[in-house]
Design a protein around this ligand. Sequence first.
Ligand SMILES: [Zn+2]
Length: 396
Amino acid sequence: MRGPVPPPGESMRPRGRVRGDAVAVLAGRVFAHTRPSDASDLVALIGADDGGLVLTGANPVRAARRCRDEQAFGGPILFDLAAAEGKIATRERPFDENGDRLVETTLEERVQGQIDAGADAALTPTLYLRAGEFGAVEAAVEGAVGLGRDDVILSLPMDAGWLARGLIDKVIGLLAGVPIPKAIMLGGQFNPPQRVMDGVLGLRRLVTEVPNVALFRTDLAGLDAMAQGSLAASIGTSSALRHVVPPGEAAVYGRANGGRDDRSPSVLVPDLLSYVRGSVLADRFGDRPAPLCRCARCGGRSIVSFLRQEDWRDARLHGVAVWTQWARNLLYPDSLAGRRRYWRQLCREAIAAHARYNTLVRAREPVFTPPESLWIWAGEDTAPTTAGAAVPVRPR
Ligand SMILES: [Zn+2]
């Protein structure tokens, strides 16, 4: 069996832990973006050669030490200080330099603090970048590059509005010359739906036209980014960690499902390549037999069994077990074309599976409909006129 393949332009090197050089720490990996409390369980699921951990939340240093010392985890560990959830970045103040809220700390100190605490590279504590605030982006770039270190990753918690036509070209122009690796984390939503297309295609442009870009704190868009040649990605283990919540906005997850008090987690459905809320899955299947999950975590558990508060942890670990396998298959081919082929095929099969699920639940109207992004990832961004039998034909 062949070993993991380096990204284009990079020579084969021994994998495992590389400290210091941030590009080498990131290259060719899909990280789990997680709360520290799940870290110990995750190291059993993710690979030290093609994965890693981005820890955000309380006590990340202790969790990182446990992974290293007690579980001998050899993959990279990063800390996301999640500064963007508190404040908007400005030209005068692009970073959170208020580490312990008492004493002003410099950017250099916040970066060195992460390295001292055991991080393999440091993520800048960049504040939230509102769409169009070029001054704030320029100041963040200047500050991070000005450190003159090669173990720094410039965090870019950007509003999804940056991906709109009119701004995307300018932001690509601004970032293309930045010599250090960049981790883009998107905030806000791709809504209304017509903006999804701009969003997905804009992200693809960012990761292909700007060198050394990683897409962090995202959902399966991270796998699409890897298929396009992105440096790295991190996928959030829970819905709150699959995007950045803009300052002043509450995370919108909790009551759903017709307003009933719904405690069910978001569940990655392997066949559908999509996250669906546990209660929604259970409602749709009702008494009918539902598919079982054979992932490394579930071992045959029904996909409609994630319903209560106590199931959240299992849902998070199940999700990582499932996408880790996809990431491994995606990164295996030795050419970008091979990666794209695998990913497109996976997306096409998932689109077809939606129809199969509608049959399974005997829905009169289709209740399982592929998300807009899945169509774009599958390469079916316009209704095909000469679709082959293997390609699902898009309705409308
Ligand atoms: Zn599972």
